[in-house]
Ligand binder design. Structure first.
Ligand code: 4FD
Length: 236
């Protein structure tokens, strides 16, 4: 999977050198290419923005500069994503589907915004990472790279990929609680079932815990049947 990122602040992406995404880059499972939009400025002062027609505060990134940056990386099958608060809300399903693409071009805008004509010309999908405003599209682009890369073959350990694809119905549930040594911590014991060695019982307990925790914290993620089952478990 190749990610090309069009940004005015390529240095912000250094954080992707660490941890699992850093390893995935080292192992050539994903390729993250940073393109500084400023390198495509037309003038000697390296300006990329100008005042808006019709007046108003702030500046806008010029369409020709963004278009030239895009042209330097575009391929036949590239999908261009613009990170913006107006976009479709990113969720796990969108991430899973984007992981099927070979080439994503991520366009990072700023508080100043980008001329609408180049957006209309090049953007395939507008995506938001949540209903809040940030100073730039860089953090959303990094969030998207992280969550999409998890679905690229080989990025996660075999265990974790199996875990998630295991049961269809655990897809929309929150994680069950997990415990490690010591067996007793500040007077609290590890649930007996987890030390029982009965893996059928352990699986059952974990599924029930997932359902209960989802019911308590995010009931809107459950359908009516799941809610009824959670209520039954809580009454026992
Ligand atoms: N919620 C998000 C994306 C970008 C952003 C920007 C237009 C502002 C939040 C285009 C306006 C980009 C998000 C930069 N804030 N800020 O995903």
């Amino acid at each position: 999977m190749k990610f090309d990122v069009l940004t005015l602040f390529p240095e912000m992406f250094e954080t992707l050198q660490y941890s699992i995404i850093g390893k995935a880059v080292e192992n050539n499972l994903i390729d993250i290419n940073l393109i500084n939009i400023r390198d495509f400025s037309q003038d000697k002062h390296k300006h990329v923005d100008d005042t808006p027609y019709g007046g108003g505060a702030g500046m806008l990134i010029k369409p020709d500069v963004v278009y030239d940056a895009y042209n330097s990386v575009k391929t036949e099958n590239a999908k261009v994503i613009y990170l913006s608060p107006k976009g479709k809300l990113l969720d796990q399903e969108i991430a899973r589907n984007l992981a099927k693409e070979k080439h994503l071009i991520l366009l990072c805008g700023h508080y100043e915004g980008i001329d609408q004509r180049v957006l209309d010309e090049i953007v395939d999908e507008e995506i938001s990472i949540g209903d809040y405003v940030l100073t730039g599209g860089e953090l959303p682009a990094m969030v998207l790279i992280d969550t999409v890369s998890r679905y690229v073959d080989g990025v996660l350990s075999e265990d974790s990929t199996v875990e998630e694809s295991f049961s269809e119905d655990s897809q929309n549930l929150l994680e069950y609680p997990a415990y490690t040594r010591p067996l007793e911590f500040r007077g609290k014991q590890v649930p007996d079932v987890l030390t029982s060695g009965n893996h059928q019982e352990i699986d059952k307990w974990r599924k029930e815990q997932s359902l209960i925790i989802t019911y308590k914290k995010r009931p809107e993620l459950l359908d009516e049947k799941q809610k009824a089952e959670a209520e039954k478990l809580l009454k026992e």
